[in-house]
Design a protein around this ligand. Structure first.
Ligand code: ZN
Length: 507
């Protein structure tokens, strides 16, 4: 073994050990959500904190730094994949090294206090209880932007933690188009006659839904030998390695629109994780590109596939067999229309696939103003409500159903929200390309043949891990960086006929 190869080998071993620890922590988190008896909570938190500390020390040690410096210098002599691993790890390492220990402690304390305050504020509908904590988190995050550094906009530094290499101006660009194109289109839909959703809001028995969900996962290509599904309060997917990727769901017996499509959403995340290359375990090339790309996988399956006419047609007879009492006199087009209703709502997580992005637009505008120091925290609720009126034409009756609804700001996770929208926009662009690349894709979906689409995603996205940035990956697959047009085209093609619209919003 050459000395360079031996250095790379040492690096790989260290990274994999750290990953073992990281995934042991993840398993403890999974257990905490699914199985943990209530009295086990405090020791569990202590155990997780201990292991997290060790994992952090392993990664930020001087030894690791020296190893990375040596490898980085000679990286061009390594294979292209190994080069990328070294470059990405060095980037992660350098960023971590910038944080002074007392800043990390301050942030972590502020976060746990803010979380507690947020819970109380939400329960009591009292924004002012949360406000000082939020102000403190804004102050700390603004400091963090200076610690990490940025070229154009401080928000870049925060965004980079979730969507590496994507800049504030990219997000601004996209949301300008959301405002100019999607907002008027949504308003046009809202003024048309609405589908009747009552057929989906009947009694759909719990056990039957559970069985149907498992059946769906199997059909989509989720490997049950490399994962499992459980019930959780808030559905999530968690991976310990590509051969053990677990997902969760929740069941609403009185609304069929929830569980199956939430399961499809989580399946999209899980299929991505199951498709990451095993031999790159613990290294950047064994990890997902970004939150936006992760979300593109869940949304592509949930919306572009799962809410399509072809998909509804494919599963309609099966749904009828599972739920004969509720669906006996419901037609396929009723189901399809009810499933795709567009309506303004107060709660982001309950929003349809179009108005969802207006919820994110509002959060992005507020976050940006906070980080720019243009918005005092006490003014957030009024601004929030004003924007809901403007973009969604809806009155916000309380902060509980308004500014206090999401957990994200209680961690000070500014820069996270935009990745949800990026997910849908990437999904539209990827799906458009998949339709061009896979002959008769809609027909295949109608016949419940999902393997061609899954292979396409594996080959174009999953197998690469972090080999390319999100924008590079998108350009490589579709020939262009992320644009909003694909999403808007998707929206118009689907919802114009669904809402029987004839004129275009611009005419
Ligand atoms: Zn998701």
């Amino acid at each position: 073994m050459s000395s360079l190869q031996s250095l790379y080998h040492q690096y790989k071993e260290k990274m994999q050990k750290r990953s073992d620890l990281y995934h042991a922590i993840a398993l403890m988190h999974w257990d905490q959500e699914i199985n943990l008896p209530s009295e086990g909570d405090s020791f569990r938190s202590q155990q997780i904190a201990t292991l997290s500390g060790i994992s952090h020390e392993m990664f930020t040690s001087d030894e690791m730094g020296e190893l990375l410096d040596k490898l980085y210098e000679q990286r061009k002599q390594l294979s292209p994949k190994a080069t990328r691993n070294v470059e990405e790890t060095k980037r992660d390492y350098d960023k971590r090294q910038k944080y002074p220990t007392d800043f990390v402690t301050q942030l972590s304390r502020a976060q746990s206090e803010a979380l507690q305050a947020w819970k109380e504020a939400q329960e009591e509908d009292q924004f002012k209880k949360f406000a000082p904590h939020l102000a403190r988190l804004v102050e700390l995050r603004r400091k963090e932007c200076e610690i990490i550094g940025y070229d154009d906009h401080p928000y870049d530094a925060l965004l980079d933690q979730y969507e590496p290499y994507t800049k504030t101006k990219d997000i601004e660009n996209i949301f300008t188009q959301v405002k100019e194109q999607l907002v008027p289109f949504v308003h046009q839909l809202l003024s048309s006659s609405q589908p009747d959703t009552s057929s989906l809001q009947q009694h759909y028995p719990h056990d039957k839904q559970w069985d149907f969900g498992n059946y769906l996962l199997q059909e989509l290509g989720y490997n049950f030998e490399a994962g499992r599904q459980d019930i959780a309060l808030h559905p999530f997917t968690i991976s310990f390695n590509p051969n053990d990727v677990r997902l969760t769901t929740r069941i609403n017996e009185y609304d069929l629109r929830e569980m199956p499509w939430s399961t499809i959403h989580e399946a999209g995340h899980a299929l991505y994780e199951q498709g990451l290359p095993e031999e790159q375990y613990g290294l950047p090339l064994g990890e997902a590109v970004s939150l936006g790309i992760h979300e593109s996988q869940s949304r592509l399956w949930e919306n572009n596939v799962g809410r399509s006419w072809s998909f509804c047609k494919a599963f309609f007879p099966i749904l009828k067999a599972y739920f004969p009492n509720a669906l006996f006199d419901v037609s396929l087009s009723e189901l399809y229309r009810a499933l795709n209703i567009v309506q303004p709502s107060l709660i982001r997580t309950a929003a349809d696939e179009l108005t969802y992005h207006l919820h994110i637009l509002i959060r992005f505008e507020i976050e940006k103003a906070l980080i720019e120091d243009q918005l005092p925290v006490k003014d957030i609720p009024a601004l929030w409500n004003k924007k809901y009126k403007k973009y969604l034409d809806i009155e916000v009756p309380s902060d509980q159903q308004g500014v206090l609804q999401d957990i994200h700001w209680s961690h000070g996770s500014f820069g996270y929200f935009p990745t949800y929208s990026l997910g849908s926009f990437y999904a539209a662009q990827f799906f458009q390309q998949a339709q061009a690349d896979i002959p008769q894709l809609s027909q295949k979906i109608e016949e419940r043949q999902f393997a061609p689409l899954l292979s396409w995603l594996r080959e174009n996205i999953h197998q690469h891990g972090r080999r390319y940035s999100a924008q590079e990956l998108c350009t490589q697959i579709t020939g262009a960086p992320l644009n909003f047009n694909s999403f808007m085209e998707y929206a118009e093609q689907k919802y114009r006929p669904l809402y029987q619209l004839t004129t275009s919003p611009s005419s």
